[in-house]
Design a protein around this ligand. Structure first.
Ligand code: BTN
Length: 265
């Protein structure tokens, strides 16, 4: 069966509020799976948990609209598996760019759930959001990806200035944004395919690839859940449902789903 998102339709903007908002509007209007919105800069870039996402010129700011194949006998993937899988796709793409530019690809690691980190500094972030279209309110998912390529994280405002990094700050030379986009789309296509085709049995492969790059295991993380006090725990593993397993101070194992788990530095 062909991948429903194989034919990308790329819509480019010089400046936009947020590519996720544009992609969501297109999705609500019935745009096809594989619609991609790319912007030179965003004036209202959004991150997870309501944070702003600094998006000046030089970065890769893009959103991919994904419609999940309807297959009655298979389970449709929700936002959680796509969140994990998109992180793997972006991290592997960056690792490839690292090899190409003479950097060690093993430096590219994954935080929770899909921050792409270089020595604990964020080089890329992903925001997956659901939107609904048509009278049947069919769901689609917007996968919003931000990668610091030729922009300088050292010019970001504090505190993100101290916790972010960009490719140019590591290599000292510009990298083609067009090539970064092409490589990201190719990596997303390969990694998301099993999920889009409803091949849930292949999601174990993706989790294994996430684990290979995990930055958090054995380290203290701060867990922040809406409406409950934050606590500190040690990140141990990721389970088959893609939840982060942590051990709290009392030695209890807890599964973290959508909550924030950030590294304590
Ligand atoms: C995060 O780590 O908090 C997620 C950041 C996601 C940023 C990207 S940039 C392209 C897309 N448009 C947005 O407004 N956000 C995402």
């Amino acid at each position: 069966m062909p991948n429903p998102c194989k034919n990308y339709h790329i819509i480019r903007h010089e400046t936009v509020g947020s590519t996720n908002d544009e992609a969501r509007l297109l999705g609500e209007g019935g745009a096809a799976c594989g619609t991609v919105v790319v912007a030179g800069e965003q004036t209202r870039g959004r991150g997870r948990r309501g944070h702003a996402w600094a998006s000046p010129r030089g970065g890769l700011w893009m959103s991919l609209l994904v419609r999940v194949k309807e297959k009655k006998e298979k389970t449709e993937p929700g936002v959680a598996p796509l969140t994990i899988a998109s992180g793997v796709a972006v991290a592997e793409c960056l690792a490839d760019i690292f090899s190409e530019t003479g950097l060690d690809p093993a430096r590219v690691r994954l935080g929770w759930p899909n921050d792409v980190l270089i020595e604990d500094k964020k080089i890329a972030g992903i925001l997956c959001e659901t939107c609904f279209s048509g009278p049947a309110k069919k769901p689609s998912i917007v996968v919003g990806i931000g990668v610091n390529i030729n922009n300088r994280a050292s010019l970001f405002p504090p505190p993100i200035r101290d916790t972010s990094i960009s490719l140019i700050e590591l290599t000292g030379v510009e990298y083609s944004l067009e090539r970064a986009l092409e490589k990201t789309l190719a990596s997303l296509e390969n990694t998301l395919e099993p999920l889009l085709l409803g091949e849930a049995e292949r999601s174990g492969e993706i989790l294994a690839r996430w684990k290979e790059r995990a930055a958090l295991f054995g380290r203290d993380v701060r867990i922040q859940s809406p409406g409950t006090p934050p606590f500190t725990a040690v990140a141990c593993d990721i389970d088959s449902a893609g939840r982060l397993l942590v051990k709290d101070a009392a030695g209890r194992r807890r599964a973290i789903e959508f909550d924030e788990a950030s590294l304590i530095r």
